[in-house]
Design a protein around this ligand. Sequence first.
Ligand code: ATP
Ligand code: MG
Ligand code: MG
Ligand code: MG
Length: 481
Amino acid sequence: AEWSGDAIRRRFLDFYAARGHKILPSSSLVPDDPTVFLTIAGMLQFKPIFLGKEPRRVPCATTSQKCIRTNDIENVGRTSRHQTFFEMLGNFSFGDYFKKDAIKWAWELTTKEYGLLPERLWISVFEDDDEAFSIWRDVVGVPEERIKRLGEDDNFWTSGATGPCGPCSEMYYDFHPERGSSTADLADDSRFIEFYNLVFMQYNKKDDGSLEPLKQKNIDTGMGLERMARILQNVPNNYETDLIFPIIKKAASMALVSYSTADDTMKTNLKIIGDHMRAVVYLISDGVIPSNIGRGYVVRRLIRRVVRTGRLVGMRGDGPENSESAFLPSLAEAVISLSSEIDPDVGSRRKSIIGELQREELRFVQTLGRGEKLLDELLDEALVSAGDNGDNPCLSGEDVFLLYDTYGFPVEITAEIAGERGVTVDMKGFDIEMENQRKQSQAAHNVVKLSVGNENEIVKSIPDTEFLGYDSLSATAVVKG
Ligand code: ATP
Ligand code: MG
Ligand code: MG
Ligand code: MG
């Protein structure tokens, strides 16, 4: 029988519970820690214990943690394995067991419980971690050629600029063993997917970058639930698993398209909708309200991206009133109906989540409406001046950018409407404007590193600003590996 996402989650927690771990609930997407922006990994709720600032209550624990990684926003729908919202299954040791048990159990769970074929599994270890290398080879029995030594970028995990960290070891699944071992490259995502990361958490990274050994050696792991579901359900990407696909199907039906026959662009757009809807529902449920600052800005940006993407694929409200009613509420219902095992609180907050989404959508649609009016005027001007000069009518890059940046007006829609009136758009000019803005916001980001550990600053320093375009806030968490 096929593994449902819920069954995969349950098996993970039960497996570790049977090995002395206490099953604990997911913590909020908004961490209890004012220095942390959003929850990017399962370890965050245990950070004070790892650092020795709080006593451990149990020797080891296991969770399924809701996570948000906005640094992956551009990957959504484009890679097969990244969402902004995902669940991270984890087992944690607070000075209890260490490398050997962590590795043995990860292998046993993966091969015996989930039944993945051992010859499909590849391993990475930190380049000088001979101990982990030999546990995989000599204790577990993985052939040497399937254990790769990788550098700091991949195999030294830090949750942010400072804080608990350590070398890690990752498990990869091979979708194409027929391609052979000699040229295998774990970074080739047409062949491999990383699904489980075991972090040997034994240092505290200090402000000056130095590594101070922690009093205890800890284990912190993360397995992407949607990635394991993708492997076990044998679908081409995380989005087509039972954890996300029902939302995508709902979106497709509201747009009167069929996912299975859609082209790649349409599929990507539907995946963006499926992912971002999950993110915004869980963020709002955890108390993050759309706004122009800090976490609220993340939600606003995600909502606007869903709305513009939804309009692009032809979605309109499916409420009885009229075709201009909001469409987020129906999509949110699809998210909420999948939520009971992920977060039982979401269902009870249904009404306020939906109300918030509806308000925000209608507000944004009004902004878009103003953009439409402006676009009409700009098109009139372009037609008149082209007529005067005998040129082909064209909308300047500056104008397209103004519509995009100030009015949240999707470029694709600008081009389409312009095309209907026989006007082309200067995409080169638009790209130049975008690039200028990217450079400016990059400069701002270099001042404000949006990572766990110094987020206090960030929450304060994200400017209270008019909406600046969808892509001006791309890195909210810096995660190595
Ligand atoms: P990748 O290299 O694929 O971006 P990662 O190394 O950044 O993943 P980790 O920080 O090691 O990921 O997180 C632990 C696990 O969480 C990963 O092995 C993966 O299964 C899952 N995971 C990480 N990022 C995402 C994401 N954006 N969407 C879905 N699952 C994710
Ligand atoms: Mg990793
Ligand atoms: Mg990685
Ligand atoms: Mg990553």
